[in-house]
Design a binder for this molecule. Structure first.
Ligand code: C5P
Length: 235
């Protein structure tokens, strides 16, 4: 018999796109030495894989069926000496590595369409819970504290103004040498927020017992410190 999954500690970090969750969750998980769940990647994989297989995002039944059978593997790969991280996550979809195409705005928008489908959310629920493994899990998403891990010991909800989030995304893209348009990014963020917070199942909202941190005027390091301070009191 394995450890009861419910006894494994979980820190949930929810919030809208661009609130800085991804980087913060990675740093906090590293500091704690815990596993990490990037739940957005699962919704992105469903949307990306479905489109690749010629499915229409309007065809809810076909997308849900695809989500049930989603063939994905998260592999930690050792990186060569001198690389910024000793290990990096490689996502395998249907046996093939997925690259930066998973992180584009287009895939993010498609993910937010499939994420509004109740059957897709249901299909991904157990897969997400399976990430709860010793010594602990840091879970990044929109509904980690409300739906997926309602019994999590610590829940954090990160926010930032839409303008600040668009600016961060703009800078990220420009730094990567990708051209970007700030007004278009702001429009996309507002559309995605609207869809994520208005949907009927698991809308984006803080759990009643979440600690809310507005990151608009904080650096990544400051947010990481605050989150770790909250954990220190509770784990
Ligand atoms: O976090 P990320 O930008 O990768 O998420 C992509 C989309 O997946 C979000 O806009 C949201 O619609 C959806 N999502 C969700 N629930 C989660 C994680 C992501 O609905 N737990």
């Amino acid at each position: 018999m394995q450890n009861s999954p419910d006894s494994v500690p979980v820190l949930t970090v929810d919030g809208p796109s661009g609130s800085g969750k991804g980087t913060i969750v990675q740093r906090v998980a590293q500091k704690l030495g815990w596993h990490m769940l990037d739940s957005g990647a699962l919704y992105r994989l469903v949307a990306f894989g479905a489109l690749k297989n010629g499915l229409s995002l309007q065809d809810e039944a076909a997308i849900a069926d695809y989500a049930v059978h989603l063939d994905v593997e998260f592999r930690l790969q050792d990186m060569p000496a001198g690389a910024p991280n000793p290990q990096e996550l490689q996502i395998m979809l249907e046996g093939k590595p997925v690259g930066p195409e998973l992180r584009t705005e287009e895939t993010g928008n498609a993910a937010s369409i499939v994420a509004a489908m109740p059957e897709v959310r249901e299909a991904l629920l157990q897969r997400q819970r399976d990430f709860r493994q010793p010594p602990g899990l840091v879970a990044d998403g929109r509904d980690m504290g409300t739906t997926v891990f309602p019994d999590a010991q610590v829940k954090v909800f990160l926010t930032a103004s839409a303008e600040e989030r668009a600016r961060r995304r703009y800078k990220q893209l420009i730094d990567k040498g990708i051209s970007a348009n700030l007004a278009a990014l702001l429009r996309d963020i507002n559309e995605r927020d609207e869809r994520d917070s208005q949907r009927s199942v698991s809308p984006l909202k803080p759990a009643a017992d979440a600690v809310i941190i507005d990151t608009s005027d904080l650096s990544i390091d400051q947010v990481v410190e605050q989150v770790l301070a909250i954990c220190k009191d509770r784990f």
